[in-house]
Design a protein around this ligand. Structure first.
Ligand SMILES: [Zn+2]
Length: 332
């Protein structure tokens, strides 16, 4: 064997060693990626049966499902509690009793928007809002409502087309709602997209009204987990709910875009990381809005199949209902 051949052989061994090392590392990283998305048989089973608090369950006043339909769907899907967005419905409150999370103000916000436009939403002298402030004070005081919402402040590229708009979240009307919620340790559920204005506004409102809880609908549509982490790390009284972050809504709308947080492949690592870092600030919701109540079971099913099994039992309980029980003072 010539010197040249020995060198070749050495080089070959060297390359093989590297290749084996590379393959071993690749296998390890594949295994760990797999582990990341892994869910145990126990967690799959637990996710099927764990009680759920649906904190984005719309109970529309006009054309919404009957109170019996809500009860039936909730029982069928083991959704123990539901609501936290509008409209406030007395018949649903009667039917669901302590399982209802009553919220007020969405109907009034819509009414003023359709009659006065986006600028009308800034006018706290508007008689519809004045009536709302008065009624809500009474309802908070007698315990028949627990919060305001869903208030769309900046939904310029998210949600139904006919209600798109941009107003500052820290505006006179929203600020009055916060003042009332603050007085009764209530919540304000806001649907807004994230930008610098919103970040400034929500941090200020949460600081000025420390007894209020801000619930961010859809965990801030179109934003990244780091945007949410930025708010969570600064304010403990800001939380979010994960409705419409799976693929069910995209499928209904026929939109071919990847789900934000979870789909048939499981929960995305960045979202799992967010949940693990802020385990007390995230909840689940369906948002079967817009005439989609017949997809309610599908929306709950994707939470049970594609989101919850990827969390430890302790985290799963918090996200599925325990955070909601604490935040909305629900009876277990
Ligand atoms: Zn909604």
């Amino acid at each position: 064997m010539s010197f040249k051949n020995v060198m070749h052989l050495q080089y070959w061994f060297y390359s093989m060693k590297n290749l084996i090392f590379l393959m071993a590392s690749l296998t390890i990283s594949l295994v760990s990626t797999n582990l990341y998305a892994q869910h145990s048989a126990e967690s799959i089973e637990l996710a099927k049966t764990i009680p759920i608090a649906d904190v984005h369950m719309h109970t529309y006043y006009r054309g919404g499902p009957s109170s019996s339909a809500f009860l039936e769907q909730m029982d069928k899907n083991n959704v123990r509690w539901g609501g936290a967005v509008g409209d406030y419905r007395a018949d649903v409150a009667d039917k669901l009793k302590e399982r209802y999370i009553p919220a007020i103000g969405q109907m009034e916000f819509m009414e003023v928007f359709f009659s006065r436009g986006a600028s009308g939403l800034l006018d706290d002298e508007n008689w519809t809002f004045k009536r709302l402030f008065k009624n809500s004070e009474e309802q908070f005081a007698n315990g028949s409502v627990k919060g305001f919402g869903e208030l769309h402040t900046d939904n310029h590229s998210s949600g139904p087309l006919n209600i798109r708009r941009t107003i500052r979240t820290d505006s006179p009307v929203v600020r009055k709602m916060y003042a009332i919620a603050n007085k009764y340790n209530g919540f304000v559920q806001i649907h807004s997209q994230q930008d610098e204005n919103f970040t400034t506004d929500i941090l200020k409102l949460a600081a000025d009204f420390p007894n209020s809880i801000t619930v961010l609908s859809h965990c801030l549509p179109a934003s990244q987990p780091r945007d949410i982490a930025n708010l969570f790390s600064q304010r403990k009284n800001i939380v979010c709910e994960m409705s419409a972050t799976g693929s069910a809504h995209n499928k209904i709308l026929g939109i071919n875009r990847p789900a934000r947080a979870f789909d048939d492949n499981g929960l995305r690592p960045a979202w799992r990381n967010l949940i693990e870092t802020y385990p007390d600030q995230i909840m689940v919701g369906t948002d079967a809005c817009c005439g989609w109540f017949n997809s309610y079971s599908d929306m709950v099913a994707e939470i049970r199949n594609n989101l919850l099994p990827y969390l430890s039992a302790e985290l799963m309980e918090k996200i599925a209902y325990k955070n909601a029980v604490r935040i909305f003072k629900l009876k277990e």
